[in-house]
Write a protein that binds this ligand. Sequence first.
Ligand SMILES: *Cc1c(COP(=O)(O)O)cnc(C)c1O
Length: 231
Amino acid sequence: MTDRRAELAQRLAAVRRRIEVASEAAGRSDPVSLVVVTKFFPASDVDLLAELGVTDVGENRDQEAAEKVTRLAHRERLRVHFIGQLQTNKAGSVARYADVVHSLDRPKLVGALDRAAGREGRVLDALVQVALDGAEGRGGAPPERVPQLADLVAASANLRLRGLMAVAPLGQDPHPAFARLHELAGRVRAEHPDAGWVSAGMSGDLEAAIEHGATHLRVGSAILGSRPSHG
Ligand SMILES: *Cc1c(COP(=O)(O)O)cnc(C)c1O
């Protein structure tokens, strides 16, 4: 256990250093938030991360996230981000434990999450996910539908529109994709001044994301390690 703590501390420090170096290289002095993606890893790791000063964690599957959150000893120190593709029938569950949902990509889901949050008496921070590669298989709305979806989220009583999220296309240079996201985010922000978040950048491309204005990074394997074979 203490070995695991040391390992997490070391990897977390290395990622924080990468963020610092990239921010400096990009001439940015505004803070960049780190969401540590803890999918596949146990609640005990999430607790260690909270002890190490992590304030934001990300999960991508409802069942795993819901179970894990109930086991956390340090829940009150953590903001939970739901970053995965979301089925409408899971909105009720996610609305119970998520503080931020990054993956709104269709009107039906926006409606379901809004109603679910209302039932829980909660207001959730929400981002519209953009599909940057034209492939909708990994979630996200085509860029041309994003402004309308953003308007819909903003008009939802129990959702607070915060900005946009995207995953860079697999196996391609992330720079053009993140540049496109940045441009689209600027257009959304012009209509919705509070929606300034840009959630982009993972273990392999966080420097490119910072260069293109990401405000939130979602980093998993660089901190937690590669996916455990079971558990
Ligand atoms: C798993 C995941 C991440 C983290 O990816 P790493 O490459 O492990 O840093 C980020 N965003 C989403 C949507 C994910 O599913």
